[in-house]
Design a protein around this ligand. Sequence first.
Ligand code: ATP
Ligand code: MG
Ligand code: MG
Length: 597
Amino acid sequence: SPAKPSNFLRGIIDRDLAQGTYASRRWAGSPGDAAHHAAGEPDPAKIRTRFPPEPNGYLHVGHAKSICLNFGLARDHGGVCHMRFDDTNPEKEEQEYVDAILDAVQWLGFGWESNFNGVPESHLYYASNYFDFMYRAAEALVTAGLAYVDEQTPEEMRARRGDFTTPGTDSPFRSRTPDENLARFREMRDGQHPDGAMVLRAKIDMASPNINLRDPAIYRIRRATHHNTGDTWCIYPMYTFAHPIEDALEQITHSICTLEFEDQRPFYDWLLDRLAELGLLAQPTPKQYEFARLNLTYVITSKRKLKALVDEGVVEGWDDPRMPTIVGLRRRGYTPEALQLFCERIGVTKSDSWIDYSTLDGCLREDLEGKAHRGMAVLDPVKLVLSNWAEVFADQGGASHLEPCALPALPHPPEGTESPVRHLTLGREVWIEREDFEEVPPKGYKRLFPGNKVRLKGGYVIECTGCTKDADGRLSEVLATVVPDTKSGTPGADSVKVKAAITWVGAADGVAAEVRLFDRLFTDPQPDAGGKDFKACLNPDSKQVVTAYVEPSLAAALPDQKFQFERFGYFVADRLDHAPGKPVFNKITGLKDGNWK
Ligand code: ATP
Ligand code: MG
Ligand code: MG
């Protein structure tokens, strides 16, 4: 396979391809993309994976791992990845989430369109479209004596389930005949019993050491309107029953899920084997493989808890730039390339671990380093006045003279290309960083203090002469003189040696911008672990908004355009709020770890 880092799943797929495990597979005429296939035709896709979110929230960075894994495996092995909504639970699912999920997958760089003999196919599926089949499968199990209707209360059922050390005991309803069970199950379907009055259970083994095999519930009564099937059904399949069937109907080969589902694998196999024996499913049936979910420090990856942050107004929405949702990361300025690189780099293993957040930022820097245009912004501005400007430029207009300066947008343009040029102007008044002036310099300070010279980056050498203060003794202006004939790029540039070059924005062409600085949302590296109260470790200072001045090339940014603000790090023009004449930037991350301001 291609030069991607290998992992145990690639190993399994390579083995299956070499052994031809799925080579003889024929379409069974099941739902799925079979629209273009005649039953009995060979499957043109060698392997099939799927990404199966439940549309009950927005996707987060953990889902990105699963998306890159499933779509990436299919892409790299000549297969197909199905985009499937696991929408079998009527209560929490909404169209808003369906749309947001499709958008997130596409933004990450993946799609579900493919081609079969020149006919375009769309591998977009909804599990709720299989409710009819699932119901028939359940009836088939009942008829075969492999499922029964249990009328115990949930408490009785729990008590008889046993635990890790005690085997379970049979329900008094377990010995009903298939005919009795079928009649009862149809009554459930026909709405003749209230919600929760009874469930359909698989009949396996109440003494199994695997509690998941102690007659798991497979259908429940629930009167709820479903976003796709409306009020057609008042019974709904349980996830553990629905999911293997969805995989099998779509003829998935490798069903990849997180480690929590390892204990469910025996039931997954039991169910598909029984349904295949009953002639309802094609062979070979899918196989489930588990990998370790992504745990990222300082981040919560639970849709339920993320929803709580949104609902309680802790953040400004699912796409708040502090959220680890895909829309949040996107708004913050993370790129699909950085997320793909991150997912590749963290790899796929079978043991749980924590990934440090700095790994993600490292990937972002790696992606943007060579392509984000540089620009200067002053985040904590104070005015610098060049008091001899009028004399130095007396022949060119004096005090109002503006000196054009040019800097490369890319310090290391790609081989064989030249960097685009940024144009800015230097005049008598300039915005500089407040921290770049010290009236009484601490030891080793190299920037502006009375008597010291520095270069205004890309402009002239200047010499500090002092400052002015307001009535409260606060710094109001820094004063300096410009040293003639020292402009960068001119023969005299090196005539005066300086120890520092400082960033600046001209007062004449600089544009005021809103800049949003973000810190981590939580102060605890594992806000989600071990039953912790994640709301107790919220960082009260996770967002700071400043008014900065930015050079003209930054003010002209397009929404979502990314930059490196020299000395500060990577920033993005906010995708929604940035507009011509009203620049708004989000800080993505610093140039190094730990430098967030
Ligand atoms: P949550 O617990 O946040 O609701 P979920 O697993 O219930 O997540 P689904 O919508 O069912 O959410 O997930 C779709 C797919 O994404 C599943 O295959 C699941 O295994 C995978 N997934 C979810 N969270 C992670 C994670 N942190 N790391 C890797 N994969 C994940
Ligand atoms: Mg789930
Ligand atoms: Mg969940």
